[in-house]
Design a binder for this molecule. Structure first.
Ligand code: SF4
Length: 350
């Protein structure tokens, strides 16, 4: 099994180059190709001798992930299923818009939270992604765009707060202007199902990453229908952690709210959500449930608009997401379900 060049540390790379009678500056050239020029193959590394490129390719890969399935929507959304070195698979989605390209990346194979509406969590947690496997999803999407993506949202498979040991170094690489990708921290959003200890740890980094909380219900009772008890926390405790995040980073938190027909789309839910969003000083993103092999349905467009209107007339900054990539099923876990796993009646998260 080949290691990716990003996964080997600087000392090991220097030793490998010395063993192959290469000057030390080659390490810097290689790192420039992987971290700043977003190469996906050694063949692209034009300032390295051809023989060295071939030797490197014999022993290493550039990316720690290898795309094995790709779906393209008419709106240019691209979804990849990539194989990892141990044959586990991970999903990445590129959402293209006229002025910005956004990649949605995964942090784990499977997920321990097991939200009722999510295919990714259906079979539970498998393993954490390494920093290289996390960063390489950004490289993959950027390579497709021909330039570094504008935004990264950590909203794919996995609960990011359960893999902070690897996510934090990955985020540092993405933001490092000298040895990394040089992205603005303000263009990175980390989404959580609501893990207070993780939110506080992220806050303590004091970096202006955006935080998105998948609230999905305005009461603990309703939320209990969507998130199993093992990793579900009291809304009050989650909001305390979000307030701490705002204090430490100066960043506004966003609520993500998947609208599920007949479950959390009532007028009273909208009014209760408005009250919470007001007191927590948050914006709200409403996301109609993604269509697919689902047990539940998205509310009608009229119901979604009415829900949005109730938030707005109560002074909450809110958006209703227009769907992207529906026909390639660009929701958490759905590409993987199409490739191998049996279809289920559980909708994926957005
Ligand atoms: S929605 Fe997110 S947190 Fe919930 S099971 Fe799916 S991946 Fe995990």
């Amino acid at each position: 099994m080949k290691l990716s060049i990003r996964e080997i540390d600087d000392k090991t790379l220097a030793e490998w180059l010395a063993q192959h009678k290469q000057p030390a500056f080659r390490a810097k050239q290689i790192r420039e190709w992987t971290d700043q020029r977003l190469a996906v193959s050694f063949a692209e590394m034009a300032n390295l001798p051809k023989a060295l490129r071939e030797q490197l390719a014999e022993e290493f890969t550039v990316l720690a992930i290898a795309p094995v399935n790709e779906l393209r929507a008419e709106d240019d959304t691209v979804k990849w299923l990539s194989e990892l070195q141990d044959k586990a698979a991970v999903e990445t989605v590129l959402i293209r818009a006229p002025r910005r390209n956004t990649v949605c990346i995964s942090t784990q194979v499977g997920c321990a939270v097991r939200c009722a509406f999510c295919e990714s969590g259906r079979n539970g947690f498998v393993r954490n992604l390494t920093p290289a496997e996390i960063c390489d999803q950004v490289v993959l999407a950027s390579h497709e765009c021909g330039k570094l993506v504008d935004n990264v949202v950590v909203m794919g498979t996995g609960e990011p707060m359960h893999n902070l040991d690897n996510l934090l170094p990955a985020l540092e690489t993405l933001c490092d202007p000298e040895h990394g990708f040089g992205m603005s921290a303000r263009h990175i959003t980390v989404s959580t199902s609501g893990i207070p200890a993780g939110i506080r740890r992220l806050a303590d980094q004091q970096r202006p990453w955006n935080l998105a909380l998948s609230l999905h219900a305005p009461s603990d009772t309703l939320r209990a229908l969507l998130i199993p008890p093992r990793h579900r926390h009291r809304i009050a405790d989650i909001l305390d952690a979000c307030a701490y995040y705002r204090k430490q980073t100066g960043r506004m938190v966003t609520f993500e709210y998947v609208l599920v027909g007949g479950l959390n789309d009532s007028k009273s839910c909208a009014r209760d959500l408005a009250d919470i969003a007001h007191s927590a000083h948050t914006k709200v993103n409403l996301i109609p449930l993604n269509p697919g092999a689902v047990r539940w349905k998205a509310p009608s467009p009229e119901t979604c608009e009415e829900f949005l209107h109730i938030l707005e007339i109560r002074g909450v900054q809110a958006t209703l997401r227009r769907r992207k990539g529906d026909h390639i099923r660009a929701a958490c876990g759905q590409l993987k379900a199409r490739k191998g796993a049996p279809e289920t009646d559980a909708p994926g998260k957005d």
